[in-house]
Design a protein around this ligand. Sequence first.
Ligand SMILES: C[S@@+](CC[C@H](N)C(=O)[O-])C[C@H]1O[C@@H](n2cnc3c(N)ncnc32)[C@H](O)[C@@H]1O
Length: 286
Amino acid sequence: MGGVLRALADTEAIFPRDLHFSEADFRAVRSLLYHKTGIALSDAKNHMAYARLAKRVRHQGFKSFADYLALLDSPEGANEWEHFINALTTNLTSFFRENHHFDLLQQHARQYAGGADAYRVWSSAASTGEEPYSILFTLAQSLAARSYDIVASDIDTQVLAKAAAGVYGYDRVSKLAPALLQRFFVRGVGSNAGKVKVKAAYAQQIQFRQLNLVDDSWPQLGLFDVIFCRNVLIYFDKQTQAGILEHFARHLKPHGLLLLGHSENIQHISNTFAPCGKTAYRLARG
Ligand SMILES: C[S@@+](CC[C@H](N)C(=O)[O-])C[C@H]1O[C@@H](n2cnc3c(N)ncnc32)[C@H](O)[C@@H]1O
């Protein structure tokens, strides 16, 4: 659903509630979401929580959120957590969003790629794939034969599946340069008519995997030259942000870059990282 429609759907006045959702239910949703994902919903997000979860409550055949929450709390609800999380994440993204980071990536890759190891980039809140594909297009255009490796992860399994499929409506790619479209995409056919798809040979170069940034231990990912963590820290409280930043520090090469979203400022949260450009950071000890 587009941003405007979603905002409208989030408004109780326009779509009156057919399901019972008490203040206590909202507090329970907030607390469960926080403990599972680190996402801290403010008081103002009551309508949003209702609008996004109501579909799951109805899908499970319940008339109230209390029954749905009881399901989550039971052994039978084990598989419902994935839907609960997918419903409540915010996945807004676009190709070459905050374009200055891709200029920086190009400069950095030209400087550091070409050694014994592949140049490695991690898109750690990849959403529907526009960010990791923008990374791929940038590296493919800048590094020629020098090898690179891209990992794209997100907590939300639904957006990750979309990312791996690499299929986008024309509206999503309309601002891309024609030469880039021609090199990296094919026109969709059959059920994908009217859309474009990232060429398989390119899409296969990205490793997509589910990863929860607030988990205590992450899978073995190795060290990266650049970590993109854009427009996700904003959903976490300071303590959660600090924990994730310490984790990132252990996954960066000494010359590595950490790139954050435009409204994410970590200078009062971490002295492990030092600023080195517009929403770009490097290891202070690096
Ligand atoms: C607003 S999107 C940002 C997408 C992209 N990085 C960008 O800047 O365009 C935020 C993404 O963070 C993901 N996310 C939220 N909590 C997460 C967590 N605990 N671990 C990993 N990803 C998470 C959401 O699923 C969502 O896809």
